[in-house]
Design a protein around this ligand. Structure first.
Ligand code: NDP
Ligand code: GDR
Length: 383
């Protein structure tokens, strides 16, 4: 193999949170990056627009292809054309709650979609050339069997999403064992960032906290405040994906921070970042979060009007519509294997993550505030 030739990567899910960070990471490493994007009636490339290259350029290292994980012939054609050294299969219907509403589609995209990628590589005779990363998940552990969760903890999936991902996990292991493919699962625990999808709980919280501080929203409605998650930063986690594909032997790895936090504490930390002290009281659906103090110094420094932060104001309420039919109560991962074999440790702490997300959303919401003040926010296409 010509070692000077740039490596070629194919990233499915490139328009998502992880796809965007991974594309940046691989480009920095000198890869030629091909990505799979879905056709949509609105632009869905916000997270990667800064990487876009004019298709008329003679040399490009960032190329997008239309496609879908539910379409085998399209995947076979693209993989044949690209002949990738590495495939990162990140595409998925990734929302756990939504998977209860769209179980069949989730199974098709997240479960059979993984098979389609593996089988395309096998059918094209690339089994010995192309390395495959499968985006597996801590949701596989589901109903708590033991903590902290390791590569050998039994799985007990608790949603159509997790059941679909369980198929993806095992078909990856099976293709590795049956056909000698370099195919690995990264069992990644929750990872977040300023570009996390807006309906996942951390981003929902940081957006709402910024909006409440700027007087653009009164309250935040959430579901289960007691759920505990092991939250890391997506920037750290995409590095782990790459490391998993650079080893001598293909293996599966847990990627996590080893610490767990409740949704309730994440809310407190996010408000505290803006100098707002929130206390929770009440039980079950009557639980609420109320502002009990504010740090005028921090508010001044961040240019947040103190009159927006009213002591005694209820800013968090529980809405049962966000409960799941079956919940995953506690996730805490043991990343020892990744530390020992990959030399991977996360650089971001939870406080750094919360700060990164709140800072970014405050900046974003300032734009919204500016547009609102200017009277530009209501667009009615049918007027
Ligand atoms: P996102 O939801 O941000 O991104 C999902 C990506 O998949 C998007 O690019 C989306 O396209 C694409 N996609 C969805 N359905 C299809 C389909 N049928 N065909 C082709 N593309 C599709 O997820 P994340 O970036 O957070 O996660 C990446 C992967 O890692 C997912 O597989 C997720 O399940 C898994 N995972 C995520 C964790 C996390 O905490 N973030 C933890 C563990 C695993 P579009 O933009 O058009 O919607
Ligand atoms: P999760 O992430 O289900 O762990 O899946 P999410 O942020 O959606 O939920 C985390 C926990 O918060 C509770 N919760 C709420 N969740 C949402 N979305 N909205 C709410 O209002 C709310 N209130 C409380 C949830 O019940 C849950 O316990 C994510 C996804 O990225 C998956 O693709 C990935 O596989 C796993 O992380 C690891």
């Amino acid at each position: 193999m010509d070692t000077n030739k740039p490596k070629i990567a194919f990233v499915t899910g490139i328009t998502g949170q992880d796809g965007a960070y991974l594309a940046e990471f691989l480009l920095r490493k000198g890869y030629i990056v091909h990505g799979l994007k879905r056709r949509s009636s609105l632009f869905n490339t916000d997270r990667i627009d800064h990487l876009y290259q004019d298709p008329h350029l003679s040399h490009r290292n960032f190329i997008l292809h239309y496609g879908d994980l539910t379409d085998s012939s399209n995947l076979i054609r693209i993989i044949q054309e690209i002949q990738p050294d590495e495939i990162y299969n990140l595409a998925a219907q990734s929302h756990v709650k939504v998977s209860f509403d769209t179980p069949e589609y989730t199974a098709n995209a997240d479960g059979i979609g993984t098979l389609r990628i593996l089988d395309a590589v096998r059918l094209l005779g690339l089994a010995k050339r192309t390395r495959i990363y499968q985006a597996s998940t801590s949701e596989l552990y589901g109903l708590v069997q033991a903590v902290p969760q390791t590569e050998t903890t039994p799985f007990y999936p608790r949603s159509p999403y997790a059941v679909a991902k369980l198929y993806g996990y095992w078909i990856t292991v099976n293709y590795r064992e049956a056909y000698g493919m370099y195919a690995c699962n990264g069992i990644l625990f929750n990872h977040e960032s300023p570009v996390r999808g807006e309906t996942f709980v951390t981003r929902k919280i940081t957006r709402a906290v910024a909006k409440i501080a700027l007087g653009l929203q009164d309250k935040l409605y959430l579901g289960n405040l007691s759920a505990q998650r092991d939250w890391g930063h997506a920037k750290d986690y995409v590095e782990a994906m790459w490391l998993i594909l650079q080893q001598e032997q293909p293996e599966d790895f847990v990627i996590a921070t080893g610490e767990t936090t409740t949704v309730r504490d994440f809310v407190r930390m996010a408000f505290a970042e803006l100098g707002i002290d929130v206390e929770f009281s009440g039980k079950d659906t009557a639980e609420k979060g109320v502002i009990i103090d504010r740090d005028e110094e921090v508010l001044r420094r961040l240019n947040i009007p103190a009159e927006n932060i009213k002591l005694g104001q209820t800013v968090v309420k529980v809405d049962p519509q966000y409960f799941r039919p079956t919940e995953v109560d506690l996730l805490i991962g043991d990343p020892s294997k990744a530390k020992n074999k990959l030399g991977w440790t996360p650089k971001y702490t939870l406080s750094m993550l919360v700060k990164d997300m709140v800072d970014s959303d405050l900046q974003l919401m300032r734009k919204e505030e500016y547009l609102k003040k200017g009277g530009f926010t209501t667009l009615n296409y049918f007027e």
